[in-house]
Design a binder for this molecule. Sequence first.
Ligand code: URA
Length: 236
Amino acid sequence: MNLQRLDKIISSQTGISRKEARADIRRGLVSADGNTVKDCSAQFDAEKSQISYKGQALNYKKFIYIIMNKPKGVLSASNDRTRKTVVDLVPEDLKRNGLFPAGRLDRDTTGLLIITDDGDFAHRIISPKKHIYKTYMAELDGEVTDEMKRVFANGVVLADGTVCRPAELTAYNGNCATVKICEGKYHQIKRMFGTVGLGVNSLKRTAVGKLRLDEDLLPGQSRELTDRELKLIFKN
Ligand code: URA
């Protein structure tokens, strides 16, 4: 039995504040197992009771896992006073309190971003010790050489002396390359290429583990991850 206060359940599942949840409960907008409940402190097991809000059954989930195709110009953060964040882009039906991006992409980087309210899950993705490789596609201002691949494979030493873990660099036609890294230092890919004299014109994350960006998602769009996709994240 996992009993929680009704206002907490409503707030966590809908994204409205606890204060708003309490007001709506008192207004009679919440029912549990078919009965209107106006007591905000009433306790329920949300997985066992059928709770409805504004006439809609809550599909209770302890945590939510969202895949987004991050567009350019949006901040990888939960909120910001002036700038638009990735959490602002999450559609209303997936919004909940406590959402955050599991790993940051620079404002001008696009592609696969995972947004969740599950801190342990995010840690498993982000921590370099967990060895989850993230794949980036870079458009560069020059060509990748075999020597650069060796430098990346041996662990790039950044300009400030920071040593990176080994990375896999693959060159494509033109000035395109993919890089696989299992850590997320500040501006890491751009700084890694900087050490070998290449500038990054554009950067897109295309995979996390074996989970690839769903190219049907337009920039800025998101949806819930399936159970199968969640498992792919933790495969390399
Ligand atoms: N490396 C970068 O330089 N930028 C990102 O957004 C991600 C990795």
